[in-house]
Ligand binder design. Structure first.
Ligand SMILES: [Fe+2]
Length: 341
């Protein structure tokens, strides 16, 4: 089954028809590899125990090494997503109304939006999901550093604005190790589809470095992939814009090429992002949590090194929507090795 994306004239393979199998049997063109991600179907037992079987862990691990991305389906309860989504959609509409002053990334249809990390809205399954940590730890080593929690919201079109895609880019927009060092855990709060701005993915591109990019860190559009690199890569393995079911977790290597796509629907589409860095990778960012969450973070963050600051609940409530955006975040590390490989 093929879907014609409204965002461009590209013909995109759809995941809709065969998402129920453990490994997706996607569209394959002769002589090319599937552009679609591998799916781990989390069982109710695995979800309840917060632990994947070794067979499913192997699938996730191999997909991350090979593709730079894996989807874990049925990992998060829908009622928990709905509760947070209701609050964050209200926030998104308020931020969108700020227009030029909104915290947008590349274009105004895509904003950076932090969740409220307060007692009312914090949930282990969403922010500290043990299945996600089990998978990231299998790649970057035990007790990854959690130093980033934010979100990307694809906003409905507004009058007078033509929805635009982000340029294809890598979030690792600096000289970085060629070994895996950072895993992004994405949690969509609703189903993501080509219609509401599901991210376009270029699987297997996590192996490329800064040489494929233009623009420097700190510029609004840094990390853009050079045209000639995209054209070469397209011949080997083109991009896809998969449907990601509600309740899924997506684990993505920070280096992977991707691009946020326009939302053509009237629904705000929010996707949270938590970043796990390898323990040896000395990223210095910190997350602001309510001081009322100290107990939860100690208990549920045992398998992580949580780089956080505790602030008064009221301070979090008043400040969480005034966070950084664009390229203001720094995914680089401090005290870098002065060494070339
Ligand atoms: Fe990005």
């Amino acid at each position: 089954m093929l879907i014609l994306s409204k965002s461009s004239s590209k013909v995109l393979p759809s995941l809709i028809c065969s998402f129920s199998t453990t490994v997706h049997q996607g569209v394959r063109k002769a002589g090319t590899v599937s552009s679609l991600p591998k799916i781990v179907n989390v069982s109710p037992e695995e979800k309840a125990q917060g632990l994947l079987t070794y067979k499913n862990l192997e699938l996730a691990n191999r997909a991350l090494h090979h593709d730079g991305l894996v989807v874990l389906e049925n990992a998060i309860s829908h009622d928990k997503l709905d509760f947070l989504n209701q609050k964050m959609v209200e926030d998104a509409r308020m931020l969108q109304a700020k227009g030029e002053d909104s915290p947008y990334n590349y274009n105004k249809g895509n904003i950076q939006q932090d969740p409220p990390l307060t007692q009312k809205f914090f949930d282990r399954e969403i922010f500290f999901n043990p299945l996600a940590t089990q998978v990231t730890s299998s790649i970057i080593g035990p007790r990854p550093r959690l130093s980033f929690i934010s979100g990307n919201s694809a906003l409905p079109p507004t009058q007078g604005e033509t929805p635009k895609a982000q340029p294809t880019h890598s979030d690792a927009d600096f000289q970085h190790p060629s070994s895996p060092f950072a895993m992004v855990v994405n949690v969509p709060l609703i189903e993501m589809t080509p219609e509401n701005g599901s991210t376009e993915l270029w699987l297997g591109t996590h192996r490329f470095g800064k040489e494929a990019q233009e623009g420097d860190h700190g510029e609004r559009a840094s990390g853009r992939i050079k045209k000639e690199w995209m054209e070469e890569r397209r011949k080997v393995r083109g991009p896809s814009q998969p449907v990601v079911k509600k309740g899924s977790l997506v684990v993505r290597d920070l280096r992977l090429w991707h691009s946020g796509q326009p939302n053509w629907t009237q629904d705000v589409r929010i996707m949270l992002a938590m970043i796990h860095f390898a323990g040896w990778y000395r990223n210095a960012m910190e997350v602001n949590f309510s001081e009322n969450l100290r107990g939860e973070i100690e208990r549920w963050g045992r398998d992580l090194v949580v780089q956080g600051r505790h602030k008064r609940e009221k301070e979090i409530e008043e400040g969480y929507l005034r966070g950084k955006f664009g390229n203001a975040y720094d995914f680089d590390q401090k005290d870098r090795l002065d060494l070339a490989f």
